[in-house]
Design a protein. Structure first.
Length: 454
């Protein structure tokens, strides 16, 4: 990294950043009381609020959002007439999943192979630390040249929309000229990337009932309708033979124009087992950034352990459908529900409950803020030009912010590059990426302030 005062300051702050990230990772802040105590999220929120206060933020508040979670807000005034930039991250995390599959404890930041491992290290507690590093570097080198609002969400991973609803009810709170969402990631380590598109998401829970209760499979099997078999038929109908998503009425042939994702790289990043085919049609970029994708993320029925020889009376599944830009998530939900009902066999009773939804997002990659970020990335990543990519995941807040503040420029950066393995066991963050992106964000704020004065 080319030496300059900001990069030197960030480098000197990295030991402190590691210690702080370790404190924040230690909270099991899963925003689902069925998985982790609510007190863990409350403790994480208070930690974030204290960190903002220690940096001189004003009006620091824990906002009670309609879904029962808390988002943390703070305001740092800048020079008179300076633009306002909103910095976003979230402190809630995904569940630890199979703890035995973690090489080190999931809520204990552990250094290994040049990376820092722990749940939320990249997604997205590290994103909050990135914001702190950038602001501290600027404070040490002449001050922060913009007014800064920080919002750290408490339930992003649940998709329950608490912060979106709160922002809609208090539209003045998060108003800004530019918004940096610190919840994305470089296309790969060392390649500076902004994310210009996000797929939206709808999540539904399907329940199929066929009998008043389970029946002995020897006495009744063969004629008694099997609820799990009916559910399997429904789930199979959502995919073609090659694995492509096929929901009647839902367009699934769009093409991605821009940075491509070589299949060999994808297989490595996704850790696809040798000999196993990829699913879907078109390029990898088409499939993960430009087209809908259905995933069965959970099934409830009789467990294998202790299974009895009986015909299941009821079965339930949770289905996630990713919705690409250009399609409406609400309409996609209707099509998904209609498809499920149509393909339920044997006149079985089926109910579909929507449990989450977020619209896809498309940014204006030609805005002045993108130019300011590209210049900043050249400093943080010497010799590398900023790339623009899509992201298959969803950040519903992006659409809420773009609707509330149509003139605001929204950029997505972050620490969730492929090696981070977010949402999986052994999540980690690259400290080099944390350092470089903190430098980039600091220079972006300088560049953006300058561009607004010009």
């Amino acid at each position: 990294m080319t030496a300059n005062p900001i990069s030197e300051t960030v480098a000197s702050l990295m030991p402190r950043a590691k210690a702080e990230l370790a404190e924040l990772v230690a909270f099991e802040s899963v925003a689902d009381p069925a998985v982790a105590p609510k007190s863990e999220c409350e403790a994480a929120a208070n930690w974030v609020a204290d960190a903002l206060r220690s940096e001189g933020f004003q009006d620091v508040a824990l906002l009670g959002t309609p879904d029962g979670s808390q988002s943390v807000y703070g305001f740092l005034p800048g020079p008179e007439g300076a633009p306002t930039v909103l910095l976003y991250a979230h402190y809630d995390v995904q569940p630890k999943l199979d703890e035995s599959a973690w090489v080190s404890p999931p809520f204990e930041l552990t250094e290994r192979d040049g990376r820092w491992f722990g749940r939320g290290a990249a997604d997205c507690k590290g994103g909050f630390i990135m914001h702190l590093l950038a602001l501290r570097a600027l404070e040490a080198n002449g001050g922060v040249p913009v007014s800064v609002k920080v919002i750290v969400e408490g339930s992003e991973e649940q998709g329950t929309g608490g912060l979106e609803r709160y922002a809609e009810a208090h539209p003045e709170l998060l108003a800004a000229d530019a918004i940096v969402i610190g919840d994305a990631g470089n296309f790969r380590v060392g390649l500076p990337t902004v994310t210009a598109t996000l797929r939206g998401m709808t999540m539904v829970r399907v329940t199929i009932d066929t009998l008043e209760g389970n029946l002995h499979s020897g006495q009744f099997g063969g004629a008694a309708p099997d609820a799990l078999a009916a559910l399997i038929r429904v789930l199979d109908s959502l995919r073609a033979e090659d694995g492509a998503t096929v929901i009647e009425g839902l367009e699934a042939d769009a093409a991605w124009e821009g940075l491509q994702y070589p299949e060999a790289d994808f297989r490595k990043d996704a850790r696809v087992l040798d000999g196993v085919d990829l699913i879907g049609r078109g390029t990898v970029a088409d499939r993960i950034w430009a087209r809908p994708a259905v995933t069965v993320i959970g099934i409830d029925c009789s467990p294998v352990a202790g299974a009895a020889p009986s015909v299941p009376a009821s079965a339930r599944a949770q289905i996630s459908l990713r919705v690409p830009p250009g399609q409406d998530a609400a309409e996609a939900t209707k099509l998904l529900c209609a498809h499920i009902e149509k393909h339920t066999p044997w006149n079985a009773r089926v109910s579909v409950e929507q449990v989450g939804q977020g619209q896809p997002f498309l940014a204006d990659a030609g805005s002045p803020a993108y130019t300011a970020m590209a210049d900043a990335m050249r400093i943080a990543y010497p010799g590398r030009e900023m790339q623009t990519a899509g992201m298959g995941g969803s950040i519903p807040l992006c659409n809420t912010l773009s609707e509330l503040y149509p003139s605001a420029e929204i950029l997505l950066i972050g620490l969730s590059e492929p090696d981070a393995r977010i949402h999986a066991v052994n999540e980690s963050v690259s400290p080099e990426e944390l350092e470089r992106l903190s430098v980039a964000e600091a220079h972006f704020l300088v560049n953006y302030a300058r561009s607004r004065r010009a």
